[in-house]
Design a protein around this ligand. Structure first.
Ligand SMILES: Cc1ncc(COP(=O)(O)O)c(C=O)c1O
Length: 501
């Protein structure tokens, strides 16, 4: 039997349930000492005071203890392997945090005048130009607050362009059947309808693309949204041909750049025909994210689309000073308050600057190498529909496995996923882009040792399925909570709040 060291934890029964902070509070305790009053005491008018807010009373150490206990029960990218396909959960270098916490950045007020925030504006301008260079596109807007928001903003820009050129009838957007759910959602929010284009073996089916264009009518199509490398972990080798087909239809090629991890420094979307794209800086350029934020989704566009970008845009004047341009004649307007997700963009600047051009290239090469290494070491036990080195079929930065042979022995995908938790590994993305699959993205920041541990874990689980199937079926056995009713939790959340009154 494969030997693999399981991350041993106290068993679930040994761990007491953590009471709510309201249940633990001690009347009269306080965690903060206010400085002595150094102004005349004045009563606050009764109409302004209100009824107060119900905060728990607690000493500082006890508050720290409470939240530290809770965080101990969390799974984090800092503590464990987190191969969540499409989500790029990689190590966030601490230099990013240091830069973002510098008082000159963290203590700024968003309403300060441009001449008092020249350093911050310079950082934004340099981020803008670095992202333009990496995309191979004319101009970047740093405004969108996440990838999905970038999609929405870029589609608005494309829509404004067509409206300005008498082609408002272009209201259909094409998307691959492997597209991330945010792609069709963004289209709907922009008033566009979506037509799905089939993929074959993870590659866009060119014949189907042409059929859909003929069916919808080229004049009605605004754009084709394509994720490259796709969510099947494959670089679309026909991307230039796809760009030509789309341009011939008079439409735009939109690249969902969530997977730029596999391309930075190696290949530029602008060079293979993209008219617009978004970045997920929180993934590619490493910012702590998960659970919904924080993020930043800058978009990059061609010169043709640039006049429609949102405002404010950070600019450099002839004298080398920086300012915010709020008055572009054709802009779609504002899409976010103030000047974007500043803290995330500081981390993005820091990460790109720390890597430098060669380092960025190394990021992509290592991300791709790591994914191929894992796929090669697991393919004998975990079937991989798109990975076959002997036929020259490699993956990009992530791979998809559909472990049909293992499932046929009587376990479900969720059983395997839950067993991974016992071994201290975060389960990968599941059932997407195809049913019964894991989408594994190791990222470039994992050591060979960490990758080998993952291989051992996956092989051990495969062996357990043959020799001790009940263990897998009942997993997780060592996590803090047993198998949760995930559908129930999502559909009927019970949010308990203990009111002390
Ligand atoms: C391929 C792809 N597109 C778009 C998005 C949306 O990005 P965000 O979560 O920043 O809104 C994601 C996020 O996981 C993604 O993987």
């Amino acid at each position: 039997m494969t030997t693999v060291e399981v991350t041993k934890k106290a068993s679930r029964a040994d761990k007491p349930t953590e009471p709510l902070i309201f249940e633990k509070q001690v009347e009269g305790q306080t965690g903060v000492d206010f400085p002595p009053l150094d102004v005349p005491k004045t009563e606050i008018p009764s109409g302004t005071v209100g009824n107060g807010i119900n905060l728990p009373s607690f000493g500082q150490h006890d508050v720290m203890g409470h939240y530290t206990h809770l965080s101990d029960r969390n799974f984090s990218v800092d503590g464990n392997f987190y191969p969540l396909g499409s989500c790029t959960m990689k190590h966030n270098p601490r230099i990013n945090e240091w830069a973002a916490a510098l008082p000159g950045f963290s203590c700024l007020h968003p309403l300060q005048d441009d001449d008092t925030i020249q350093g911050a504006l310079r950082l934004l301008y340099e981020t803008r130009t670095m992202l333009e260079e990496i995309a191979g596109l004319h101009e970047v807007s740093l405004q969108p607050a996440a990838g999905a928001h970038g999609e929405f903003t870029a589609l608005k820009v494309i829509k404004a362009y067509y409206a300005d050129h008498g082609q408002s009838r272009r209201t259909v957007v094409l998307a691959a059947d492997t597209a991330h759910g945010t792609n069709p959602a963004s289209c709907t929010m922009c008033g566009a309808s979506v037509q799905t284009v089939r993929t074959e073996q993870g590659q866009t089916d060119l014949e189907h693309l042409k059929e859909v264009i003929a069916h919808v009518g080229a004049d009605n199509i605004a754009a084709f949204m394509i994720t490259n490398p796709s969510t099947a972990g494959l670089f679309d080798v026909n991307i230039k041909e796809i760009a030509d087909i789309i341009h011939e239809a008079g439409a735009m090629l939109y690249v969902d750049g969530a997977n730029m991890n596999a391309m930075v420094g190696l290949i530029r979307p602008g060079d293979f025909g993209a008219d617009a794209m978004h970045y997920n800086t929180h993934k590619t350029f490493s910012t702590p994210h998960g659970g919904g934020g924080p993020g930043s989704g800058p978009i990059a566009v061609t010169e043709t689309l640039a006049p429609y970008l949102p405002v404010p845009q950070v600019m450099m004047a002839d004298d080398g000073s920086f300012y915010l341009d709020r008055s572009r004649e054709k802009t779609i307007g504002k899409v976010r308050s103030f000047i974007g997700q500043f803290g995330v963009l500081v981390r993005c600047w820091t990460y790109i600057s720390a890597c430098g051009p060669d380092g960025l290239k190394n990021v992509a090469e290592t991300a791709v190498l790591n994914a191929n290494y894992l796929a090669a070491r697991l393919q004998d036990l975990y079937a991989m529909p798109y990975f076959n080195p002997s036929e020259g079929k490699f993956c990009a930065h992530e791979f998809v496995t559909v472990p049909r042979d293992l499932l046929d022995k009587g376990v479900t995908l969720i059983d395997i996923a839950k067993r991974m938790i016992d071994y201290g590994v975060h389960p990968p993305t599941m059932h997407w882009p195809v049913h019964d699959c894991f989408m594994v993205e190791p990222t470039e920041t994992e050591s060979k040792q960490a990758l080998d541990h993952f291989v051992d874990v996956m092989r051990a689980i495969a062996e357990e399925i043959s020799m001790d199937i009940e263990t897998v079926q009942n997993a997780p056995l060592e996590s803090d909570i047993a198998r949760a009713d995930e559908v129930g939790a999502a559909r009927k959340p019970v949010i308990a709040f203990v009111d002390s009154e």
